[in-house]
Design a protein around this ligand. Structure first.
Ligand SMILES: [Fe+2]
Length: 208
């Protein structure tokens, strides 16, 4: 396991019962920079998330012309972590409530970053809204239900799924059955229930 993995700050851990599992992978690098993606693990991780997000977006009926923005948005989902100070990213042990507050600014940083280039503005739904929750308890805006852009509702399921299915320094990867159970259990609270249904069907038919 490479060194950046051990120092890697997780945005959340399922066993702590807080259900934000997004991975600040781009920020776990020695010299965080917006588009340097030479790290193989980051590259592979992001490709897995992107591929699964696109499959699910198609399965819920998103149009082909929307998928380019879904793909870009999924790939850049945690780009806002470049705005979080290294002392927090690399802090060993638990973050304080105040530090979590700073980490939770990463969607707004992403909005600020990506909205400066016209080309990426249509890809903002995922980086800006991937921590919103169906029941309105997410952040940064506490959007509820279909107020959350469809791309972000799709991505949220995939992001949590991929986080659970990946081993961490302090825990093994969850089994497919455990991860399915978790996603199913959070339909209607964290996730759009219709998307969960499509996702679980897709996973059981095609594996993941
Ligand atoms: Fe995130």
């Amino acid at each position: 396991m490479s060194s950046h993995h051990r120092r890697h700050r997780e945005v959340a851990d399922p066993q702590r019962g807080d259900s934000e599992f997004s991975e600040p992978d781009l920020a776990g690098k020695d010299e965080p920079s917006v588009f340097s993606l030479e790290d193989d693990e980051i590259w592979l991780h992001n490709h897995g998330v992107v591929a699964l997000t696109l499959r699910l977006a198609r399965a819920v009926g998103m149009k082909e012309e929307e998928l380019i923005h879904v793909r870009r948005g999924a790939f850049l989902h945690d780009i806002g972590m470049v705005g979080i100070p290294d002392e927090i990213i690399f802090k060993p042990g638990q973050l304080t409530e105040q530090e979590w507050g700073i980490v939770r600014r990463h969607p707004a940083f992403a909005r600020d970053l990506l909205s400066t280039t016209g080309a990426l503005t249509p890809a903002l739904d995922i980086p800006y809204c991937h921590h919103e929750k169906w029941d309105g308890t997410g952040y940064p805006r506490g959007l509820k239900g279909e107020q959350i852009p469809l791309a972000a509702r799709v991505f949220a399921v995939v992001d949590v799924w991929c986080a659970l299915r990946t081993a961490r320094p302090h825990r093994a990867a969850w089994s497919i059955e455990e991860a399915r159970e978790y996603i199913f259990h959070h339909a209607g609270t964290h996730f759009d229930p219709r998307i969960v249904e499509v996702f679980l069907t897709m996973v059981s038919e095609q594996g993941s």
